[in-house]
Design a protein around this ligand. Structure first.
Ligand SMILES: Nc1ncnc2c1ncn2[C@@H]1O[C@H](COP(=O)(O)OP(=O)(O)O)[C@@H](O)[C@H]1O
Ligand SMILES: CC(C)(COP(=O)(O)O)[C@@H](O)C(=O)NCCC(=O)O
Length: 318
């Protein structure tokens, strides 16, 4: 008699992920070589985030090692294919997607992984782009009635993003992406980011795990070699959004060129109210309707606790 409590007796409930709690994941770190000296972990804090060196050593270092091994594995597959075809097939950049809500910590993690990966053998050249460069310019968003839906899948030029990643993946010598300024809250005309055949390209953005839309054959998610979904409770993310908004309000918004300059003179209570309004009207609905439903498509899910530390890691096994 199968045990009705056993997950294997409920095929519909079999998880495609193996879940490691924080302690099990951290236990992997000591047995692997480290490309970092302690002083370098401290230097990584220079990224501007309050990064805990223990978090780097116990969570992100093992993750960067796993990614580095996947890059090596993919290169070996290319070599096998070359041998099979009896012709030289050039290996092309390994592309990693990093998805998750606004303010969950994607940028921090993507920048950290870029630094860590670059220190391992075989992956010295790592480039990072964010999908905000592929948002339609504000004028176009206004024309389409999408100004209050910035960050929703339809606010992006998905065809241009797909073309960009396809060209990188195909090994093009130089590929350019448009540039989005958070200060101007808009695409900057004539500014570009150039990607030149890196070993690894990290593509960070809210919607990178979206499946193809109706009538489309491919989505950018089809071109990734590995994807990471950064997960946390909605209430924690809302708090992080508000805290970041307040930090910006005291700092960057003071710049008269900032789109949000008009918020610089708000009292703290007013600023909190404004940030909650933006969260509840744009970022939370986008998380619930579009972003979180893509979580199960990821190769790996990082679950964060209320203090940003990673509480568990889910790695796709199927
Ligand atoms: N590992 C971390 N430790 C502490 N604070 C963090 C960490 N990751 C992100 N944060 C903070 O959370 C907020 C959102 O992070 P950010 O990387 O900007 O998110 P996203 O790119 O997903 O919008 C920022 O204020 C950042 O300083
Ligand atoms: C620019 C963003 C859409 C994020 O874009 P991404 O790089 O993740 O594609 C987001 O940070 C944003 O500005 N959202 C609009 C609502 C707000 O001002 O928070």
């Amino acid at each position: 008699m199968p045990d009705p409590q056993s997950p294997s007796s409920h095929p519909a409930q079999i998880s495609p992920f193996i879940e490691l709690d924080r302690a099990d994941w951290a236990a992997l770190a000591p047995s692997m070589p480290s490309p970092l000296r302690d002083t370098e972990i401290v230097q990584l804090r220079g990224l501007g985030e309050p990064l805990d060196p223990r978090e780097v050593a116990e969570v992100y270092l093992p993750l960067s090692r796993l990614l580095n091994l996947y890059v090596g594995g993919t290169k070996s597959l290319h070599n096998v294919t070359s041998e099979f075809l009896r012709e030289r097939v050039e290996s092309t950049p390994f592309v990693i997607g990093v998805a998750g809500s606004v303010a969950v910590g994607k940028s921090t993690i993507a920048r950290l992984l870029r630094e860590l990966l670059a220190r391992w053998e075989h992956t010295p050249r790592v480039e990072l782009i964010t999908t905000d460069g592929f948002l339609f310019p504000n004028a176009e968003l206004e024309r389409r009635g999408l100004m209050a839906r910035k960050g929703f899948p339809e606010s992006y030029d998905r065809r241009a993003l797909l073309r960009f990643v396809s060209e990188v993946k195909a090994g093009a010598a130089e590929v350019r992406a448009p540039f989005y300024s958070h200060l101007a809250y808009d695409i900057v005309k004539d500014a570009q980011i150039t990607v030149r055949r890196p070993d690894v390209l990290i593509v960070e953005g809210l919607n990178v795990l979206q499946p193809p839309g109706p009538g489309h054959r491919l989505a950018v998610s089809d071109l990734f070699d590995f994807t990471i979904y950064v997960d946390a409770r909605t209430s924690d993310i809302a708090r992080w959004y508000e805290e970041r908004f307040l930090k910006l309000q005291r700092g960057a918004f003071a710049n008269p060129r900032s789109y949000f300059h008009r918020f610089a003179s708000l009292t703290e209570a007013e600023a909190r109210a404004r940030s909650r309004e933006i969260w509840h009207s744009i970022n939370e609905p986008n998380l619930l309707q579009n972003i979180r439903p893509t979580r199960s498509r990821a190769s790996l899910v990082l679950r964060k606790g209320s203090d940003h530390t990673v509480s568990s890691v889910l790695l796709r096994k199927l």
